[in-house]
Design a protein around this ligand. Structure first.
Ligand code: NAD
Ligand code: WQD
Length: 339
């Protein structure tokens, strides 16, 4: 299958492109490199010994986007491209609506024009808002607590309405829980710019000595050890979920949502302890105030993906941390040292 991957140079995109190539698919990537580097795709091509067609382009440039989709005529699109920093979305809401919602709208127009009606969309567990109903099921009521989350919710709704208007579309809304880890080679991984917003990359930078200590955002939650609990999922398991969804779309029409999570919750303290154990380094931490907007616990009910897609997460916390640590040690400055 020929797959066009938007945002394919990014963290989750690059790991998925690698797996697509390994499985024999033909891959084109469209990325504006606003939060990534072409180096990730160079490494993916080296690791797989396969070539990727790379378009440096912006989803907001409608004409260029149409030209690319018409020219490359993909069988399916996996749509990762988007901005994802929750805090930034609060200070720059229009940037997020424009980039994520308008960008997706442009992509759908271009796909329609090219007659491509198979789409895998990067949604997020953020569409469950601050739901207290656990584990989170695909049928759990959706809501948003910030502009970033609302862009994902609006896009899911837009895709549902598109599917209802034209039954030829095959669409998968994949709701990721907390993606972490790296490819086992240590050659590709997450490369956050500036101070990482997410826990795992922050802990990795403390372990390597780039940052002094982890600030634990609250230890008075109603959880086993008082710190926040999340469903961390290995990025290679997540990548495999996209291939399973693509497979499903080749034989099913309609719009569906699937949770991609492990179904298992891990606390902040457990993450820190796992990192200290694997890296054999000190990981100092300090408990500070809760971060506004955080929920105590979030974890998936992952059965629907197993039933429909035959997919489930295979890797546990130890492997997530080991792979992340390998990437961190081999690339202390991410991709920047090579560009
Ligand atoms: P990322 O920032 O590493 O990758 C996104 C890619 O999209 C980057 O390469 C960026 O340059 C590109 N991009 C952004 N706007 C673009 C535009 N207008 N035109 C072309 N390219 C553009 O992020 P990621 O962690 O790989 O996330 C991928 C997707 O998954 C995003 O949509 C994100 O919202 C979603 N998601 C991520 C997480 C997470 O924690 N990482 C969780 C749930 C959902
Ligand atoms: C995990 C846990 C924090 C940092 C975010 C987005 C969500 C999704 C994934 C895309 C929480 C605690 C964190 C730190 C800490 N992205 N923490 N110290 O908040 O579950 O989800 O990323 O869709 O939309 O909101 O992930 O990694 O930021 O936090 O104590 O320095 O770690 O309070 O309990 P989160 P996270």
């Amino acid at each position: 299958m020929h797959v066009l991957v938007t945002g394919g140079a990014g963290y989750i995109g690059s790991h998925t492109v690698l797996l697509l190539l390994e499985e024999g698919h033909t891959v084109s990537v469209l990325d504006n490199f606003s939060n990534s580097s072409p180096e990730s795709l160079l490494r993916v091509q080296k690791l797989t010994d396969r070539a990727v067609e790379v378009y440096e382009a912006d989803l907001l440039d409608r004409d260029e986007l149409h030209g690319i989709v018409m020219r490359s005529r993909p069988d399916a699109v996996i749509h990762f491209a988007g901005l994802k920093a929750v805090g930034e979305s609060v200070s720059e809401p229009l940037l997020y609506y424009r980039n994520n919602v308008v960008g997706t709208l442009n992509l759908l127009d271009a796909m329609s024009a090219a007659g491509c009606k198979k789409l895998v969309f990067s949604s997020s567990a953020t569409v469950y808002g601050d739901s207290v109903e656990l584990p989170l099921l695909e049928t759990t009521v959706r809501s948003a607590t910030n502009p970033y989350g609302r862009t994902k919710l609006h896009i899911e709704e837009m895709l549902e309405e598109l599917g209802a208007s034209n039954p030829q579309w095959s669409i998968a809304n994949l709701r990721y829980f907390n993606p972490v880890g790296a490819h086992e080679s240590g050659q590709i991984g997450e490369d956050p710019q500036g101070v990482p917003n997410n826990l795992m990359p922050f802990v990795a930078q403390v372990a390597i000595g780039k940052r002094e200590k982890v600030n634990i955002f609250g230890d008075d939650y109603a959880t086993a050890d008082g710190t926040g609990v999340r469903d961390y999922i290995h990025v290679m398991d997540l990548a495999a979920g996209h291939l399973a969804a693509l497979n499903y779309l080749s034989t099913h029409k309609g719009v569906n949502a699937w949770n991609l999570g492990t179904g298992h919750g891990t606390s902040v303290l457990e993450v820190i302890q796992a990192f200290a154990r694997v890296s054999k380094r000190d990981v100092p931490y300090k408990v500070v105030e809760r971060r506004p907007g955080d929920v105590a616990e979030s974890y998936a009910h992952p059965e629907k993906a197993m039933l429909d897609l035959g997919w489930k997460a295979e890797r546990g916390l130890e492997q997530m941390v080991e792979d992340m640590w390998r990437w961190q040690e081999q690339n202390p400055d991410g991709y920047r040292q090579n560009v």
